[in-house]
Each structure stands twice: as structure tokens, then as C-alpha cells.
Design a protein around this ligand. Structure first.
Ligand code: SF4
Length: 395
């Protein structure tokens, strides 16, 4: 029986950089798109031999903006994977699209190539908010894009939204969410805006020019999101993700449950054969790679490392607590040969007493309130300051 593996393919190009974005993506000439996909296809081929004993359970083409590419390029990537890997018949195969660059003929090509899930980056149904975010599309363009996707037969669609946008009010957020739910997508992702260093929003914030919603609006938005999505048949299964029953994103669940994945393309991260590594983030270097060279790994990876025991424990907590089903103390014991409570007992008690976590049998999970402030909670599960203590325990 072959071991399962997820594939992630990174397309780092965008028509324009959004004001909040710190992803590895940039604008470049279409000739570079062609050269990049040529190299990417070589990388896909290179790994196919290493993955001969693996069965591919999901493929995710993300970015950047994969839909910016000419559809023939996406088709060539898919063809290459299908010909060289053992892809499960019912594998979930997703592609990310921007409503400003997705057209009906592209969707037709994606379907033909075997892609069965779309993730459309809308972010807001309010055109003023879209402009503030620096998005290249309007809500009306999104509607057209969504309709085309349905007409081409896509029956598994995610819509990405962002809340706590500068200038956003409880009322504009409610309108956005209601407009999207009316379309009945199978999956909705809702991310809280984070002002990341190096972005235009960060610089504006430094100068006091960014009017972010206050705490009360923030709470109103979170509360409405939870109750409205639940009431309309969406189940929250992760901090930022809601789905109709059986439409949870299998690929992302794989990340959160520590399944192995192989990332290909600029800066793509992998967890493969118990090692974590990432491709180079330097585009010029990537374009010059020679995948036929024996020592290609030295050139390809920007870093490769094995996690320490403490880092593995931290990761178990961070990833597991993202999911609404939480973490199992039995899984922790089986994996680390130590009781969860003997490592994290004081934190678990603290957050349970504060009603930010709850215990149900062998499982611990974040409550709704805990999910809203998950970043603060997760930071307390870092073991780095307690390394000595953990190492001195008798495993
Ligand atoms: S489209 Fe997505 S990846 Fe591209 S700049 Fe905007 S947020 Fe970043």
C-alpha cells in the first residue's frame, strides 16, 4: 500500500501587489511566466521518481495568482502531474483564482485538466473596501467569475473573505457575508486582516493613516460571522474556515493534521520523509536551476531541517488547536511518550479556567472566544523558554 502525499504548486505572480499582502508574489512579464512554468515542470518531473512509492491524495495550485497564467500553462502542469504521479481517482485538486484574471475559457480548461475545486479570492463585497485593500477587481466582476465557474460545472467552490479591513463597519461586513452566503458556495474562508511588516498597510499604520475597526466592531464582526454562518448551514472546522457538510478542504486538513506534503515552485515549503525544507525564494536562481544535475538539492533548497522534539510538540499544539476538533491527549502520549498535561498542564488549566479552552474526554479544543484570540493563546504554547524543563523530564 502506497503512503499518501499532498502536492502544493506555487505560482508567484500577481497582476498587482495588494496593500496588505506579504506572500511571495510579484508582478512580472508574461515571458517570465513561461520560463517559470518550464522550470516548474522540470521540478515536478524531478520529484516524480522520488515519489514513485507515493499516492497523491490532493493537489493545490496556489500563489500568487495562478489564474493570471495562460490556461495552457496550468494545463501543462496538470498533465505533467497526471502522467508522472499516482494520483488518487477522487483526489481533491484546487486552484486559486482572482476574479480580475479568471475568465470562463480558463475555467473550462481547468475542468478538462482534472481540477475539481476553485478557491476565489474576493475579500469583500464592498467596492470601496476592495479599493482600500488594493484589489484589482470589483464585486460585480467577482459575481461574473462565480457564475462562469458554476456554468463550467465547478461544484466545489471556496470564497476567501477578509474582515477588519480599514474603514469596515459591522454593517458593511454583514452585507458582505450575506451577499456571499446567498450564492451558496460550498466553503467560505474568513481571515482577520493582519498588518504585516513590509506592506503598504504597515507603513500607513506607522504614520497613523490606517483606520482599523475598533475592538467593539471587531467583536461584532466575529460574533456575527459565527452565528450567521452556523445558522445558514456552514460548519466551522478551523479558525478561519467554514464549510457545508463534507466540503472541508481536505488538502488544508492534511497540513493541520501533519500529513506529508511536497511543495514545488518558488519558496514552496515541504514536509517530506520527516524533514522540513523550502525551495529557494530567489526567482533568478530558480529560473537558472538545472534539475538534471546530481547535486541539485544544494541549489534548490533555501533551508532544510529536522524539528527538535520541543518544536514538534509546539507544532502539534499550534496545528491541532487550529481545528475545532482540537487535540487529543492520547495522540500526544502515543507520539511523544509523555503525558500532554505534564508538558502543558499549567497552560491547559489556565485557558480552561478562562473558558478559552474546553476539555471533552481526551480532547482539548479552543472555545469560540479562544478561536478569536488564538494568536495570543498559541504563543503561550511555545516551549523555547522552557526547554531545560522539558528536557529534564523522564520520558
Ligand atoms: S492577489 Fe493575493 S497573492 Fe497577489 S498580491 Fe493580492 S493578496 Fe497577495
Amino acid at each position: 500500500m502506497k503512503t499518501g502525499l499532498e502536492l502544493y504548486i506555487h505560482i508567484p505572480f500577481c497582476a498587482k501587489k495588494c496593500n496588505y499582502c506579504d506572500f511571495l508574489s510579484f508582478r512580472t512579464l508574461p515571458t517570465v511566466h513561461n520560463a517559470y512554468v518550464r522550470r516548474l515542470n522540470e521540478e515536478i518531473k524531478y520529484y516524480s521518481e522520488i515519489c514513485a512509492d507515493r499516492r497523491i491524495t490532493s493537489i493545490y495550485i496556489g500563489g500568487g495568482t495562478p489564474s493570471l497564467l495562460e490556461p495552457e500553462l496550468i494545463v501543462s502542469i496538470m498533465k505533467n502531474i497526471m502522467e508522472n504521479y499516482d494520483v488518487e481517482e477522487d483526489a481533491e485538486i484546487s486552484i486559486e483564482c482572482n476574479p480580475g484574471s479568471a475568465m470562463r475559457h480558463k475555467f473550462a480548461a481547468y475542468r478538462k485538466a482534472g481540477i475539481n475545486r476553485l478557491s476565489i479570492g474576493l475579500q469583500s463585497a464592498n467596492n470601496e473596501e476592495l479599493k482600500r485593500l488594493g484589489r484589482i477587481h470589483s464585486f460585480e466582476e467577482f459575481l461574473k467569475c462565480y457564475q462562469c465557474a458554476r456554468m463550467e460545472g465547478f461544484s466545489n467552490i471556496n470564497v476567501d473573505l477578509i474582515n477588519c479591513i480599514p474603514g469596515q463597519t459591522g454593517a458593511t461586513w454583514k452585507k458582505t457575508l450575506k451577499n456571499i452566503v446567498m450564492l451558496k458556495p460550498e466553503h467560505i474562508s474568513v481571515y482577520n486582516l493582519i498588518v504585516e511588516p513590509g506592506t503598504p498597510f504597515f507603513r500607513m499604520n506607522e504614520c497613523g493613516l490606517l483606520e482599523l475597526p475598533d475592538e467593539d466592531t471587531d467583536e461584532e464582526i466575529d460574533e456575527f460571522t459565527r452565528s450567521y454562518l452556523k445558522q445558514t448551514g456552514y460548519e466551522r472546522y478551523e479558525i478561519s474556515n467554514w464549510a457545508k457538510p463534507s466540503y472541508e478542504c481536505r488538502h488544508n486538513i492534511g497540513y493541520w493534521t501533519e500529513k506529508e506534503y511536497l511543495g514545488m515552485g518558488l519558496g514552496a515549503a515541504s514536509f517530506f520523509d520527516e524533514k522540513r525544507f523550502s525551495d529557494t525564494r530567489d526567482l533568478q536562481k530558480y529560473l537558472e536551476l538545472d534539475f538534471f544535475r546530481k547535486d541539485i538539492e544544494k541549489e534548490l533548497y533555501s533551508e532544510k531541517k529536522e524539528l527538535s522534539r520541543e518544536e514538534e510538540m509546539e507544532e502539534f499544539m499550534f496545528l491541532g488547536l487550529r481545528m475545532t476538533r482540537g487535540i487529543s491527549s492520547t495522540d500526544f502520549l502515543v507520539r511523544f511518550k509523555v503525558q500532554l498535561e505534564s508538558v502543558y498542564g499549567d497552560k491547559l488549566k489556565k485557558f480552561t479556567d478562562l473558558k478559552l479552552m474546553e476539555k471533552d474526554g481526551y480532547r482539548y479544543r479552543l472555545t469560540d472566544r479562544g478561536m478569536d484570540i488564538s494568536n495570543l493563546i498559541m504563543s503561550e504554547f511555545l516551549l523555547s523558554d522552557e526547554n531545560t524543563e522539558v528536557k529534564s523530564r523522564n520520558y
